[in-house]
Write a new protein. Structure first.
Length: 262
């Protein structure tokens, strides 16, 4: 499943707000190493390198396309580098004083099982900051699953879209506290005002709809099935998210946890 950096960046400002709200809660002044798990196109990772110029900041992502987009940031900032790799295969080092993961762990079904091992390996005084979308019960995603199950594309999309990839804030708080981390967990719903025609469809094309589009492209390389699926889904989205004179309001719930090892 390939990422499209251009499509992902279509709502760059809206997607960056939760990241800045997340890292603002990390209280370490001079970390040795900072890791951004699931760094994507690297622009937000670069802000970590600028905040902590004495730290070695590393962005990790599985997508070659995203890392190609990130490469110029590493050329500009001497303390920044990027590595290709799956989050599932990553392990902390003894110098990883800050780990940030923004809108990435929802793509890792095993992240709840992986977190205790990661936390146990992190050094004393370290920080772990995570944020994941918590909107999988919202109309945008519920309708996505409903349309996927109803049409002639149902067989191709069977089991592709998950309904429960993340926990709620209280569950993440328990997980981090059990690992010996003082934790703050919360949720925020951002009222995104999206412009243009079918803007919610454009938004999810860059993220949550990607597994369905990849499966449909594989099942029907002509694109006809993908187009029919998107048309049916777009019609349902217009009913759920009617446009106003200001644009289309898209409530977007995010789940945060920031933890400091005692």
């Amino acid at each position: 499943m390939r990422w499209d950096p251009t499509r992902y960046a279509a709502f760059r400002d809206e997607r960056s707000r939760p990241f800045h709200d997340l890292v603002a809660q990390v209280g370490l002044e001079a970390p040795r190493r900072v890791v951004d798990l699931g760094c994507g196109p690297g622009a937000l990772t670069a802000t970590l390198a600028e905040r902590w110029p004495s730290a070695h900041v590393i962005g990790v992502d599985s997508s070659a396309e995203m890392l190609a987009e990130a490469a110029p940031s590493a050329e500009r900032l001497p303390n920044l580098s990027f590595e290709q790799g799956a989050i599932e295969d990553w392990t902390p080092t003894a110098e990883d004083d800050v780990v940030v993961t923004n809108a990435a762990l929802q793509w890792v079904p095993s992240h709840v099982e992986l977190l205790p091992g990661w936390l146990a390996a992190m050094p004393s005084g370290s920080w772990f900051a995570m944020q994941v979308p918590g909107n999988f019960d919202s109309p945008s995603h519920a309708l996505m699953r409903a349309v996927a199950a109803e049409g002639p594309w149902a067989a191709a999309l069977d089991g592709v879209l998950r309904a429960d990839p993340v926990l709620d804030p209280a569950a993440y708080l328990d997980l981090f506290e059990d690992a010996g981390f003082a934790t703050t967990a919360w949720e925020t719903t951002y009222m995104q005002l999206l412009p243009g025609e079918d803007p919610v469809l454009a938004w999810v094309r860059g993220t949550g709809l990607r597994p369905a589009l990849a499966a449909l492209d594989q099942a029907d390389p002509t694109g006809a099935t993908t187009a029919a699926f998107e048309a049916a889904y777009a019609e349902r989205l217009r009913q759920a998210y009617p446009a106003s004179r200001h644009g289309t309001v898209y409530p977007f719930r995010r789940v945060f946890a920031v933890a400091h090892r005692r």
